[in-house]
Design a protein around this ligand. Sequence first.
Ligand SMILES: [Zn+2]
Length: 481
Amino acid sequence: MKDYAKQALDVVEIEGASYGDIRIIDDITEDVSVKNGVPAISKNDRTGFGIRVIVDGAWGFAASPKISKDEIIRVAKLACAIGRASAKMKKNDVILAEEPAHRDKWTSTFLIDPFNISIEKKLEILLQVDEIFRKDPKITIAQGHLSFWREHQLFMSTDGAEIEQTILRSGGGISATAVDKKTGEIQTRSYPGIQGGQYVQLGWEVIESFDLVGNAERVRDEAIALLSAEPCPHGEMDVIIGGEQLGLQIHESLGHPTELDRVLGMEANYAGTSFLTPEKLGNFKYGSDIVNIVADGTVPTGLATIGYDDDGVRLGRWFLVKNGIFSGYLTNRELAGVVGQKKSMGANRADGWWSLPMIRMSNISLLPGEWELEDLIADTKSGLFINSNKSWSIDQKRLNFQFTTEIGWLIENGKLTKMVKNATYQGITPQFWGSCDAICNENHWHLWGVDNCGKGQPGQRAEMSHGAAPSRFRKIKVGLG
Ligand SMILES: [Zn+2]
């Protein structure tokens, strides 16, 4: 493969490229699911390569699933021709931030290769869950899935970089939907994760740690209990938000708005731009003093934990919010200089060999605080504890938002009491984070995986994790109406 890659880089230099890189990728996925007793299995093997060049100061990109000498030469020339054509429309030359030409190998750590576990064993777990769910006729949709992904990537550039990476991710989840036939009420409860599943950069061992079968009865019973639970109160309340839900809150209200391409108006899809404009960097009060949020491409088991991004930049850890102040962006080599950075933060990723990389979230986490969850609940006179996302919406600048969670409990006199359904909360991003007055400690802090973050046109999918512990927010608007 390295010979093919060298050939491509030689061709782009002859064609006049001032920079070129190639990613040769072999990517295998396996998805196993069961819905109401019916299994479905899909396996994919997507091999190919993508070549990216800068010609006359503009990007060119071309890709192909066919790895052969002739095809690599053809695609290298095509990428350069596209670069030359793009240059006619350019406003400014693309200038890349400095990065050493790394030569390295990087591999995910895991114990058990999930691709060595039989489909039968995977189905057995999901069918056992299905049986437990459907013991009660109120459950009308019983679902479970497991998914596994391994990617091997060779990255080489005209700068002299040569990076080989193997990434393994595993995940899955279960959900039960209960229906009250008399009232038509529908409620769903899922486990584990932000929204119907948890995904981690580990092997089969993580699926065993979920204990899906051992949790099925609780999930089923909670879905049924939600049918007759009290509706979420409405008004202003103190709210303790669980780690899974807070993970998605971080994703939508800080992750996306710190993507520098959105900030600069180069990307506007999927609730698109950002209120975090460059003059706010280093001085804007994003949250209360205890809010510290980092982007971290090195945190163990994070879905976006890799050695190097698709610019060949070595990953690190940096603050996006420090002591409540907005402190950093997600950048790539092309845009780092626009906000005065000499070096990219390493947030450039593509979803496969067929895509041009763009700024994607790293793992973004709220650092743990000092509270035990028990003490935090006891310290809350009257409020709500809510968790597990059901739905969300956020405006184009990522300021006004509304989230609904699967489940909630009232807090009365420092104790969790009645379960509530359709728990909804809303806010404006800086006011919301400004109202955070307590964060639980590292005993309650977990990384929650997002496996389907969408961005761009044509759309690309990316995976990342968000670390969070349950945290309290004062006087939040809850309930509808
Ligand atoms: Zn997203």
